[in-house]
Design a protein. Structure first.
Length: 135
């Protein structure tokens, strides 16, 4: 059985969600390098992220499922589709960690000096087209 990497992730939550989605469609899949990335997130780049592997014969069906989930619009708590206030695009990042502003700059400096993860960031939406960040 030959395994093919269909998608890579930088965190295990998204990887497990996609794995569950594929398994619900009877596609056998595996996550590789999950533990090393979770133990030390800085190794994410070194190992190439968490890899979602499937059988070569299931690539077509899995690709359709992944594209369908990526194209689905993001909704807020009220069930409304989230749109960019600047360009009205629905193609946005959800849960983007932003360090814009004075607090973000100070956090970046402190993080650099003490060699630790950023102390401050805010989670926002970010438009993929115009790069606008919004709540």
């Amino acid at each position: 059985m030959e395994l093919v990497t269909i998608k890579t992730f930088d965190n295990s939550i998204e990887a497990h969600i996609m794995k569950s989605k594929l398994e619900s469609e009877d596609i056998m899949c595996f996550l590789l390098d999950e533990n090393i990335v979770e133990l030390n997130p800085l190794y994410d780049v070194a190992v190439g992220g968490i890899k979602l592997k499937i059988k070569k014969s299931d690539v077509g069906q899995a690709t359709e499922i992944i594209e369908e989930s990526v194209k689905s619009s993001i909704t807020n708590d009220q069930g409304e589709v989230v749109q960019c206030p600047n360009c009205k695009s629905e193609d946005i990042y959800s849960g983007f960690k932003s360090m814009k502003g004075t607090k973000g700059i100070l956090s970046a400096i402190v993080s650099f000096l003490f060699m630790v993860y950023p102390i401050y960031y805010k989670t926002v939406y970010k438009c993929k087209k115009c790069r606008t960040e919004f709540n």
